[in-house]
Design a binder for this molecule. Structure first.
Ligand SMILES: Nc1ncnc2c1ncn2[C@@H]1O[C@H](COP(=O)(O)OP(=O)(O)OP(=O)(O)O)[C@@H](O)[C@H]1O
Ligand SMILES: [Mg+2]
Length: 313
């Protein structure tokens, strides 16, 4: 079995992540101090970005090229999407007829209480799962019509995932975890290491490059996952409770960073969360309850400010 296949299994099949997540939250509770005061300003760090060429990896894909130029067609479209889980004799509907269009450059927050179907929805939006009924279109392509290798390519080039349960590989250290997606892209080793260093600086973990996930706090693991999600510089970033394990200062820092990527680089950010605080970053908020969309609200927010200067692309 190839490493890529093992990782896919990690991403899609193992429910042990729920248990790990609880343990990590508990560990976090006892490990509050992360030396936040030494964190650099995101604007300053972004100026030193090694992602200088617009012809970055994802743009090599024709689909990604099309996506970056087409604002008329939804980037992701869900049409009457249902997700049914079989529980012995009983069928449980985690999503019930979701209709949603997401456009390039949006900062979308999907807000709902625990158990409302947020992670289920994120798995569908990220092509990690296919619906039981209905259709998910990514860049006008029906994802259920693609085979697993095509889906893996789309995921690898176009979507940066920040999972609720991190999905770090336990035997790889911080730097290696961040390097992993770049290795799949056959990135030059030296450039890859520069990118990893840059991203670890962004998330304030330059000092922890050699630590294994088990030697990090929950919040630090979350930050490694964020750095890894940004490694291939994807046009779409999908995050499941990205600040759930972070103290408020680190959480604000990460969100300001994602906000900068959205405003400055036009990256499409989709966050699923139960945290009302995050709504202020959104261009639209989708309220979900019991597997259904309750309402969708457009948000007005500040236009690109001058606080973050970046050449990340
Ligand atoms: N594999 C599964 N089998 C059966 N039921 C499932 C499965 N995965 C999720 N569910 C159920 O589907 C519903 C939605 O789950 P989901 O993980 O999407 O919720 P969530 O909104 O992300 O919750 P949280 O905020 O707690 O992470 C829940 O009621 C959950 O129990
Ligand atoms: Mg969830």
């Amino acid at each position: 079995m190839k490493l890529t296949e093992i990782i896919e299994i990690f991403k899609t099949k193992l429910n042990a992540s729920y248990i790990l997540n609880s343990l990590e939250r508990a560990a976090d509770f006892y490990n509050e101090s992360d030396n936040e005061s030494e964190r650099n300003d995101p604007g300053e760090i972004l100026k030193n970005s090694p992602y200088s060429s617009p012809a970055s990896n994802f743009a090599k894909s024709l689909d990604a090229e099309n996506i970056s130029r087409n604002k008329e067609v939804p980037l992701i479209k869900l049409t009457n999407v249902w997700k049914l889980y079989q529980m012995g004799e009983v069928e449980f509907a985690a999503l019930k007829g979701i209709n949603l269009e997401i456009y390039e450059g949006e900062f979308l927050i999907i807000l709902g209480p625990s158990g409302s179907g947020k992670s289920t929805m994120m798995n569908l939006l990220g092509c990690l799962d296919i619906p039981s009924k209905g259709t998910v279109f990514l860049n006008s392509k029906d994802i259920s019509k693609l085979d697993e290798s095509e889906l893996a390519i789309i995921r690898g080039q176009m979507i940066g995932f920040i999972f609720q349960s991190f999905n770090l590989l336990p035997t790889l250290n911080t730097e290696e975890n961040v390097l992993l997606p770049l290795e799949f892209q056959e990135e030059d080793r030296q450039i890859a290491r520069r990118k990893a260093s840059y991203l670890l600086e962004i998330v304030g973990l330059s000092e922890k490059k050699k630590n294994l996930p088990s030697q990090l706090s929950g919040g630090q693991r979350q930050r490694v996952a964020i750095a890894r999600s940004l490694a291939v510089n994807p046009p779409i970033i999908l995050a499941d409770e990205p600040t759930g394990n972070l103290d408020s200062k680190t959480g604000d820092y990460i969100l300001d960073f994602l906000d900068g990527l959205n405003k400055r680089e036009g990256k499409t950010i989709i966050i699923v969360t139960h945290d009302l605080e995050l709504v202020k970053y959104a261009t639209r908020v989708v309220y979900i309850r019991d597997g259904e969309i309750e309402k969708i609200e457009k948000q007005t927010r500040n236009e690109p400010g001058t606080e973050i200067e970046s050449n990340l692309n």
